[in-house]
Design a protein around this ligand. Structure first.
Ligand SMILES: [Zn+2]
Length: 204
């Protein structure tokens, strides 16, 4: 990042922090859960790009960076004004979304694999899943997006230190890939399945 860009970035961060502090001051404490509700973020092109908390969404709207496309139907009663809670917001300026920005972590691998064992297909809570190195570490396998998958303990024990082609009936459900915008969109769809206000932007 160039120095100029870094300075603009720092100024933006400060402005966002100020706006967040303002939004925080003007609402009662019991509104906190309302401010944490998920809001779908669309690019200027109406392409869904993210999910953020309602507090951040309001800040973006108040700062004129985004506008509310769909309201939630709930109203935040601030000191002197009432604010309609957004359910979907849209950025006013088109933003280029960099590919592959997610960090490689246990949490993100499980998110990518939807808490599903990639060998037997069982869906389990995160605490009951482990990560499996497809090519075992003891045989030179690395910790990468392409070599780590969600795995149940039973499959993990069964596979042990073997390679998949050394085991008769064990295959990957799908080829492990880095977390992409495509993956993010699938997750947005999963989260927005029940919400009609999100549906029309996610299923097109
Ligand atoms: Zn399994």
């Amino acid at each position: 990042m160039s120095l100029g860009k870094a300075m603009i970035h720092a100024r933006k961060q400060k402005a966002i922090a100020r706006a967040a502090a303002y939004a925080g001051e003007s609402v009662a404490v019991h509104h906190n859960h309302m401010l944490q509700m998920p809001v779908l973020v669309l690019n200027a092109s109406y392409e869904p790009i993210n999910i953020c908390g309602a507090r951040r969404a309001l800040v973006l709207v108040l700062k004129g960076i985004a506008r509310t496309e769909e309201e939630h139907g709930l109203t935040l009663h601030a000191q002197r004004s009432r604010i309609a809670m957004p359910s979907v917001i849209r950025l006013l300026e088109y933003r280029r979304i960099p590919h592959q920005t997610r960090a490689l972590s246990r949490k993100n691998i499980l998110l990518r694999d939807r808490n599903t064992c990639q060998y037997c297909g069982v869906v389990l809570p995160p605490s009951e899943l482990t990560l499996d190195h497809v090519m075992p570490r003891s045989r030179g396998g690395n910790s990468t997006w392409e070599n780590l998958v969600a795995c149940c303990h039973a499959c993990n024990r069964r596979k042990g230190n073997r390679l998949l082609n050394e085991i008769d009936d064990m295959v990957l459900l799908r080829e492990p890939r880095p977390f992409s915008l495509h993956t993010s969109r699938q997750i947005m769809r999963m989260l927005g399945r029940g919400d009609d206000r999100w549906r029309k932007y996610l299923f097109y």
